[in-house]
Design a protein around this ligand. Structure first.
Ligand code: NAD
Ligand code: TYD
Length: 351
């Protein structure tokens, strides 16, 4: 048996690949374009594993994807590949439309072609799992109930709009063509291999480098944070037992303001890597993100009720492991932060 993973050299995808290979006997084909966010260094620990077949390519390359389906006959597609950074989507939305919308459309068409060629038994077992985000629902007021699976899509950034569009395509391919799809919506992840343009790894990297810790606006925006390994377990569980055509929310039951997240990181760093003064002294308030969503929160009761999944890590345990991982893996940070990354930091945060 084989599964096809897209975006498996990125943050969540690479964590999923590691977890999948250690938990199953299956072959895994990992298709990734290796954009700035995709790094083979994330997969170094499984180099030489014959069950891991890495293919560099674009999800929108129909000929390549059709060939991969024909050659490997995957029983499932787990679709992580995306442009994923909100701030980049504000500076340049085109790549988000191309990969997240047009690319997902192309991948769905390849999957549908493959699925139609299968025997009726294999067709019943085939799955296309779309990995999506809580951001498609837009922003919550402070007292509103967390997002349930029935909440309307109200995306506010080019990133979330492109993910919402892709989710709609996935839904339509189920209703119109019968392609057996599943969709997961997850809250903010953190953990190993997180590219240091996102809040948590950026703050750790800047703290250690003695640079400012940039907080957008008043820092009181709320996100729900989930340790990446918990997310990967949840995806495997939905793939195994989720009801076709359904969507499942995955969350950490852990809402925090950005200021609380950054303060927590500083306290842990003060303990694990002490210096004169506190890392909190480096906190700097900067201009807010345009259209910045105020609050996300996930109601993840459906996946618990139907599939028995709940996060294992608390924020306290997960964030400590994460900080320790970055301290132990400084060469990884240096390796993935190429010239293109430094150019982005200058463009976005200024000199
Ligand atoms: P990431 O940016 O770290 O990784 C994305 C990967 O996709 C990279 O390896 C990149 O090279 C690859 N990729 C990009 N364009 C491609 C293309 N056209 N063809 C093939 N590969 C391509 O992203 P991530 O944080 O790991 O997120 C993975 C998925 O999970 C995304 O779909 C994202 O929307 C979703 N998600 C992320 C979070 C989060 O907190 N990071 C939360 C919920 C959902
Ligand atoms: P991010 O990690 O970019 O994830 P997302 O926008 O998908 O939630 O940002 C998390 C939160 O942190 C978000 O409210 C924006 C904020 N943020 C900062 O305050 N400073 C930063 O430098 C970054 C990257 C994010």
């Amino acid at each position: 048996m084989t599964v096809l993973v897209t975006g498996g050299a990125g943050f969540i995808g690479s964590n999923f690949v590691h977890q999948w290979l250690s938990a199953t006997d299956e072959q895994l084909v990992n298709l990734d374009a290796l954009t700035y966010a995709g790094n083979l260094a994330n997969l170094a620990a499984i180099e030489g594993d014959p069950r891991h077949v890495f293919v560099r390519g674009d999800i929108g390359d129909r000929a390549l994807i059709d060939r991969l389906f024909a050659e490997h006959q995957p029983r499932a597609v787990i679709h992580f590949a995306a442009e994923s950074h909100v701030d980049r989507s504000i500076h340049g939305p085109g790549a988000f439309i191309q990969t997240n919308v047009v690319g997902t459309f192309s991948l769905l068409e390849s999957a549908r072609g493959h699925w139609r060629s299968l025997t009726p038994e294999a067709r019943d077992l085939f799955r296309f799992l779309q990995v999506s985000t809580d951001e498609v629902y837009g922003s919550l007021t402070p007292d509103a109930a967390p997002f349930a699976e029935t909440h309307p899509f109200e995306p506010n950034s080019p990133y979330s709009a492109s993910k919402a569009a892709a989710d709609h395509l996935v839904r339509a391919w189920f209703h119109t063509y019968g392609l057996p799809v599943l969709t997961t919506h997850c809250s903010n992840n953190y953990g190993p291999y997180h590219f240091p343009e996102k809040l948590i790894p950026l703050v750790i990297a800047n703290a250690l480098a003695g640079k400012p810790l940039p907080i957008y606006g008043d820092g009181r925006q709320v996100r729900d944070w989930l340790y990446v390994e918990d997310h990967c377990h949840a995806i495997a569980r939905v793939l195994e037992a989720g009801r076709v055509g359904e969507s499942y929310h995955i969350g950490g039951w852990n809402e925090m303001t950005n200021l609380d997240v950054v303060n927590t990181l500083c306290v842990i760093l003060d303990e694990l890597r002490p210096k004169a003064g506190s890392y909190k002294d480096q906190i700097t308030f900067v201009k807010d993100r345009p259209g910045h969503d105020r609050r996300y929160a996930m109601d993840a009761r459906k996946i618990e009720r139907e599939l028995g999944w709940r996060p294992k890590e608390t924020f306290a345990t997960g964030i400590r492991k994460t900080v320790q991982w970055y301290l132990d893996n400084q060469p990884w940070v240096e390796g993935v932060t190429s010239g293109a990354y430094r150019q982005w930091m200058n463009q976005h945060y200024g000199a």
